[in-house]
Write a protein that binds this ligand. Structure first.
Ligand code: NAG
Length: 383
């Protein structure tokens, strides 16, 4: 309102300045007539700006999402597509359905009929890896994904991916269920509860060993193991990997795809929102890109819009649940004293991120507990 004063007070000196009262009031009326549309315009703009910012802050922070961008009936069509794949197999083989196993382990992640909650939400057909076959994102996924880290200069995803797939294979290395296979996976989180738990040898005994971000093993072999087959990282957290390790990039923006292409070839990108490695020493043939559609599937079906997006721990856990037959979980959650920190850190109180509200740690802990109760994962609690 103080800014509006000059507008209003400009009319006032006109009253005193003119000789006749009649003339003055007429001029005043005329000026008011000219002024008020401008004032309304300014007020209207302010209200519009306010409402727009309110809308964006609500839809971005609370994870409500851009529901209006989704075609009507999206929820329904997903469900209809999901149910027949189970109902169908039961109908075709009513007697075999109990014995029919999807793998050769004692318990298989893919076996239906163990948990209704799991079967209703689990979509065995969605690919965790972004490949040549699923370059094009569904529009609801696209809008959700580009709003995670909005950029001033969006790139054409299709062009960027096609360039990336000239450097990396762009194919999924994972097969479908095989009753003769038992693929055992260790998902290793970075929690301080690994410290002194002595799980090293157990972790190293798995077919796939998946780690996240920094996750050092040298010096922590006794507790965290020494082997790694999959390492999940962001551009801002990326490090060089041994030649026999798959780098799984978790992209949050198109620039991340431009960066990985650059870091494996010409090295022209050195900065995203933070400095990034100009060149990355990893085996190009083993680089995989986390599928944004899979990212949103976890947000919709599993973390159910608690937090703005799922934590990396959740992303890796569900990645494992879609490529492995048996999933064992290490280094998740707080330590025995309720502290959140990394196993390589001395500071037990370093886990303040838990209170930021980007991820919902409590809800994610409930999902892990439920998966364990359903027999889909085994959690090694640590110390
Ligand atoms: C990966 O290579 C390292 C040597 O660079 C070796 O010690 C390790 O056993 C290999 N891991 C696997 C899973 O083959």
């Amino acid at each position: 309102l103080p800014e509006l004063r000059p507008w209003l007070s400009r009319a006032a000196p006109g009253v005193g300045g003119s000789g006749s009262h009649k003339e003055g009031s007429a001029a005043e009326k005329a000026r008011r007539g000219r002024c008020s549309p401008r004032v309304w315009l300014v007020l209207g703009s302010l209200v519009l700006v306010f409402l727009t910012s309110l809308f964006f802050s609500v839809s971005l922070r609370s994870g409500v999402g851009f529901n209006y961008l989704e075609p009507p009936g999206w929820e329904v069509s997903r469900r209809v597509k999901l149910v027949p794949s189970y109902a169908g197999s039961h109908k075709q083989n009513p007697r075999d359905s109990q014995q029919q196993k999807t793998c050769a382990c004692s318990r298989c992640v893919g076996d239906p009929g163990v948990s209704d909650w799991f079967d209703e939400n689990y979509d065995p057909d969605i690919s965790p890896v972004w490949t040549r076959d699923n370059i094009e994102l569904p529009s609801d996924v696209y809008y959700w994904w580009v709003m995670l880290q909005p950029q001033f200069k969006p790139h054409s995803i299709q062009q960027v991916l096609l360039r990336l797939f000239q450097v990396i294979p762009g194919r999924s290395p994972y097969g479908s269920w095989d009753p003769g296979r038992c693929l055992r996976c260790a998902v290793v989180g970075n929690s301080g509860n690994l410290r002194g738990a002595g799980y090293g040898a157990t972790i190293d005994g798995h077919n796939y060993i998946m780690r996240i971000n920094l996750a050092p093993t040298v010096g922590y072999e006794e507790d965290a193991g020494s082997q790694t087959t999959h390492h999940f990282m962001y551009p801002e957290s990326a490090k060089n990997l041994a030649a026999n390790v798959s780098f799984v990039l978790v992209p949050f923006k198109t620039l991340d795809l431009v960066w990985i292409t650059s870091a494996l070839s010409t090295g022209q990108i050195r900065f995203t929102y933070a400095p990034v490695k100009q060149f990355l020493r990893v085996d190009k043939d083993k680089v995989q890109i986390f599928n944004p559609a899979f990212f949103k599937y976890i947000h919709d079906h599993w973390t159910r819009h608690h937090g703005r997006y799922p934590s990396t721990g959740m992303l890796v856990l569900f990645f494992a649940l879609h490529v492995c037959d048996e999933v064992n979980v290490f280094g998740f959650g707080a330590d025995g004293r309720g502290n959140w920190h990394h196993y390589w850190e001395q500071n037990r109180y370093a886990g303040e991120f838990r209170k930021t509200g980007v991820h919902d740690a409590d809800f994610e802990a409930q999902i892990i507990q439920r998966l364990a109760e359903a027999g889909k994962i085994t959690v090694y609690p640590g110390k």
